[in-house]
Design a protein around this ligand. Structure first.
Ligand SMILES: Nc1nc2c(c(=O)[nH]1)N(C=O)[C@@H](CNc1ccc(C(=O)N[C@@H](CCC(=O)O)C(=O)O)cc1)CN2
Ligand SMILES: Nc1ncnc2c1ncn2[C@@H]1O[C@H](COP(=O)(O)OP(=O)(O)OP(=O)(O)O)[C@@H](O)[C@H]1O
Length: 217
């Protein structure tokens, strides 16, 4: 399929309008994620941990941003606990007014409070960092493809915050690692002009190197 088709394809799923496609994909993936039982979710968290254990650029990252899983997202509890044991410094996103986001230092067990979307975020405001000061970012997503194109909740927080990566040679610092269940992979997602590509996607079943494509920049 040519990018100019402005079509996102998924097995048995094809809509031509970009916005409608994104909306339908978001709904489909949200429902599929919510439907997972606790056993499947726990196995996936273990699978994800095993996959990330095989990614040296993640293991060697000093400052690592995660997320607090919400609404069926793949839990990072095992990954973050292992990272803390390795001595990596953990950060969680804090959203501020508008589309502004920053990253707050967070240790396992530190206090959190719900943001305006009900997602827990650190109460601590000391030592807030911008994304460019991090080494690796575990990026939540609803859908992705093998080129690192991603669809999130539609808030534009990550795309806005990491827009500076769009004119840089990748991979660079920070490494953007998308996190999702294997079923969240689509054949092709037409990127919007503001979309920031992921470097890698880690699922419960695989590591996908998104820079490993002809023409990837
Ligand atoms: N766990 C986690 N934390 C995260 C993100 C994420 O995707 N996952 N974010 C990633 O960006 C940021 C929060 N972004 C969000 C953006 C939109 C919605 C949301 O629920 N939107 C409503 C409609 C929004 C509106 O009223 O305008 C919706 O989808 O129903 C939630 C979080 C920062 N923290
Ligand atoms: N760099 C940017 N500057 C200004 N607006 C932006 C930028 N990046 C994204 N946006 C805006 O954010 C909105 C949401 O973008 P999009 O639907 O791609 O979000 P998303 O990738 O699903 O969400 P998120 O990045 O929060 O996970 C878009 O309407 C777009 O106008």
């Amino acid at each position: 399929m040519r990018p100019s088709d402005r079509t996102t394809r998924l097995a048995g799923f094809s809509v031509t309008d970009l916005d409608d496609t994104r909306t339908s994909l978001r709904r489909k993936m949200t429902e599929q994620r919510r439907a997972l039982g606790p056993q499947a979710r726990m196995s996936a968290a273990q699978g994800l941990r095993r996959q990330l254990d095989a990614l040296p650029m993640f293991l060697n990252a000093q400052r690592v941003a995660g997320y607090w899983a919400s609404d069926g997202e793949l839990p990072l509890n095992l990954v973050l606990a292992a990272a803390a044991l390795r001595g990596q410094q953990l950060y969680l996103p804090r959203i501020e007014a508008g589309r502004h986001m920053d990253f707050a230092p967070w240790k396992l067990g530190d206090d959190v409070e719900p943001n305006r979307f009900g997602i827990p975020e650190p109460t601590n405001r000391d030592g807030l960092l911008e994304g460019r000061e991090l080494d690796a970012v575990l990026v939540p997503l609803l859908a992705f493809d093998g080129h690192g194109h991603r669809i999130g909740y539609g808030g534009g927080f990550y795309d806005t915050h990491f827009a500076f990566l769009r004119n840089q040679k990748r991979p660079t610092r920070p490494l953007l690692i998308g996190i999702g269940y294997a079923f969240q992979q689509c054949e092709a997602i037409e990127p919007a002009e503001w979309d920031v590509r992921l470097d890698v996607v880690a699922t419960d079943q695989a590591l996908i190197d998104c820079n490993d494509h002809d023409g990837a920049s």
